[in-house]
Design a protein around this ligand. Structure first.
Ligand SMILES: Cc1ncc(COP(=O)(O)O)c(C=O)c1O
Length: 300
């Protein structure tokens, strides 16, 4: 029996069961959303693309001028420990780096001591596998646009989800489960926790700008290369969503998630497209591929 079967967190040097994990209320991660974070999956007891996730976390820190208090090797050890102590073979593993807790009266972010928090909880599905088998209902948000990259850099993974949450409420109100947000200028960006792919004439396209450079998105591009499927990273006009054969969404929390219905109408021929299904199957096969995985030592 593991010591924290519901999940394990590392907070200020201690490993704790997830239900007991607390952050200080004055941490600017909480009161200002001044942070960056990353989420890596563990599947079948193995991290998937851990190096890519940690590279992105380090790039994010540089862009918003955060300095992790932990070295890369220390961070890897903490992530391994939260997973091993939870005993979870399928886990959602988050690392958060915040600006930290200011000394009383301090407002200059250069003077804060940045903090790292980490935890592992059971794997999270944005869309459950049984929903993925039939495809999900999605809308293009009309009431909300994605925050401008000139205001919040979307390549730095962040908790500023005001636009996404507003979009989610709109999606639910319209009988769907997820919104796709536009840039307000006629182009597709992304959705809450997901990148967007469209398929046209057997070729993939995904937006280049105004989005997180998702690791799942990169994995899909790598799969496309390996399977000889043409793929383009560039501008995707909103009109392309209505002329496409297939649409799918990608995230560490759920993988490759086919979209069956957009704005109440079937996408392409309806149901799950053949390319989406093929890419989704390969995506999960790769979770057992030594090129992308690293085993967790559970000590048993
Ligand atoms: C805004 C946003 N876009 C896209 C993604 C997908 O990224 P990844 O595939 O690295 O999980 C996420 C992940 O949480 C996200 O928060």
């Amino acid at each position: 029996m593991s010591e924290a079967p519901q999940g394990c967190a590392w907070i200020e040097g201690s490993y704790l069961p997830i239900a007991e994990a607390r952050i200080p209320i004055l941490d600017t991660g909480f009161v200002r959303s001044d942070l960056t974070y990353d989420v890596v999956a563990v599947w079948g007891g193995k991290f998937f693309r851990l190096d890519d996730h940690l590279d992105r976390l380090e790039r994010g820190c540089e862009r918003v001028r955060l300095r992790s208090p932990m070295s890369r090797a220390e961070t890897e050890e903490i992530l391994e420990q939260v997973v091993a102590r939870s005993g979870l073979r399928e886990a959602y593993v988050e690392t958060v780096i915040t600006r930290g807790v200011p000394t009383p009266g301090e407002r200059d972010p250069r003077r804060f001591e940045n903090r790292l928090y980490a935890y592992a909880i059971p794997y999270v599905w944005i869309q459950r596998p049984e929903q993925q088998e039939v495809g999900s209902k999605v809308v293009v948000a009309r009431d909300t646009v994605r925050v401008s990259p000139g205001a919040i850099d979307p390549t730095v993974k962040n908790f500023m989800w005001g636009d996404f949450v507003r979009g989610l409420f709109e999606a639910y109100d319209r009988g769907a489960v997820l919104p796709i947000l536009t840039d307000g200028d006629g182009n597709v960006t992304e959705g809450p926790g997901v990148n967007v792919f469209v398929v046209r004439d057997g070729a993939l396209a995904t937006p280049a700008r105004g989005v997180l450079e998702g690791i799942t998105r990169q994995t899909v591009l790598d799969i496309a290369t390996e399977l000889g499927i043409p793929a383009r990273v560039g501008e995707v006009p909103v009109s392309a969503l209505y002329e496409t054969e297939e649409i799918f969404l990608t995230s560490t929390a759920g993988g490759v998630m086919p979209v069956a219905e957009l704005d109440g109408r079937p996408v392409g021929a309806g149901g799950v497209g053949s390319l989406s299904a093929r890419i989704r199957a390969t995506y999960w096969d790769w979770h057992d591929d030594p090129r992308f995985t690293r085993s967790v030592d559970y000590g048993d």
